[in-house]
Ligand binder design. Structure first.
Ligand SMILES: O=CC(=O)O
Length: 332
């Protein structure tokens, strides 16, 4: 094979036909390096002509400054296989002039489905009830749940996923309110039956708070003890975004005092290795191992979008879905 111009760090296992098509036009290599240090060496030798790198789940993790600085010298683009790119050092990319794409809209429906699963499970105690049944105790000791119908769902972050959750939970007769840094247009608010409120009002008046903001310096520990103190007694907390947006110890305290009555979490501060024992022990926690996008169809959609970015980068020197910080590079 000619010297590769594209490199897959991770695996493409769903959009394989599309990858083969692209590989028939442009030489693209799969990472073969066994260790991170071997990868760094390979970047200067067999991958030295690589311009575009696909990054998915890989053992050469973390994608920090050291990783970015060791990418092949000609690297101009990264196609990142996730919507949230807090795991990639964007400052280091900026310093090297590398432009990045992510997979925003592809994840919306699947992540919203998991969010709604968690909202319903948290309200109705279905996780506790299932554990009971498996342990041979039928309904004995399972607390009565609550109906979501008529309750207020406060969505923190009405982006693609937040909107998909609003649409679904409106169908369950929940009242939808939201807070965003910038307010959505009246048309969007009408379409999603969503009322805009300020952050404090959302905390004080929601029966369920659903977290759907990206992790950044501004959103790290956005929900901590002072915010829990403002919430309604018995509030339900659901998070499918990133664990570090919620101060987990403060959440466990709030659960233990009854301020928070139930939680539904797909993400954790110390994932995948450390799940707070207070969450594991509490009967009213529905806990999932970060499966928001973990479906056949959505994995395919995400890989396809990565390959579309890959193609655009290699053949047109542009990206289809650049991250918000890099959009201005591609606006004519
Ligand atoms: O967490 C999943 C993603 O960011 O795509």
């Amino acid at each position: 094979m000619a010297s590769p111009r594209g490199l897959i760090v991770g695996a493409i296992s769903h959009a394989t036909k599309e990858l083969d098509e692209l590989r028939s036009i442009v030489p693209i290599a799969y990472i073969e390096s066994k260790t991170r240090s071997e990868f760094f060496q390979d970047c200067q030798t067999k991958y030295k002509d690589v311009e575009v790198v696909f990054i998915g789940i890989s053992s050469v993790y973390p994608f920090d400054k050291e990783f970015i600085n060791n990418l092949p010298p000609k690297t101009k683009f990264i196609a990142f296989h996730a919507a949230g790119y807090d795991g990639l050092d964007i400052e280091a990319c900026n310093a090297r002039g590398i432009r990045v794409s992510n997979t925003p809209s592809a994840v919306d429906a699947a992540t919203a489905d998991i969010a709604c699963t968690l909202i319903l499970s948290a309200f109705r105690n279905s996780s506790q009830a299932e554990r009971n049944l498996r342990e041979g105790r039928w309904r004995h000791g399972v607390s009565l749940g609550h109906d979501p119908e008529g309750k207020t769902l406060g969505i923190l972050g009405l982006g693609g996923i937040g909107k998909a959750v609003a649409k679904r939970m409106h169908g369950f007769d929940m009242k939808i309110q939201y807070h965003n840094r910038s307010r959505q247009s009246p048309e969007v608010e009408d379409q999603y039956h969503a009322t805009y409120v300020d952050f404090e009002t959302l905390l004080k008046t929601s029966d369920c708070i659903y977290v759907s903001v990206p992790l950044s310096k501004a959103t790290y520990h956005l929900l901590d003890s002072p915010q829990f103190a403002m919430m309604k007694q018995g509030v339900v907390i659901v998070n499918t975004a990133r664990g570090k947006i919620i101060h987990e110890r403060a959440l466990v305290n709030a659960l233990e005092t009854g301020k928070v009555s139930a939680v539904g979490l797909d993400v954790f501060e110390g994932e995948p290795d450390v799940i707070h024992p207070g969450l594991l022990a509490h009967p009213h926690c529905t806990l999932l191992p970060h499966i928001g996008t973990y479906s056949q169809e959505t994995m395919y959609k995400m890989e396809l979008l990565c390959l579309q970015n890959f193609d655009a980068a290699l053949t047109k020197d542009t990206l289809v879905t650049p991250i918000p910080e890099h959009k201005h590079f591609f606006q004519k």
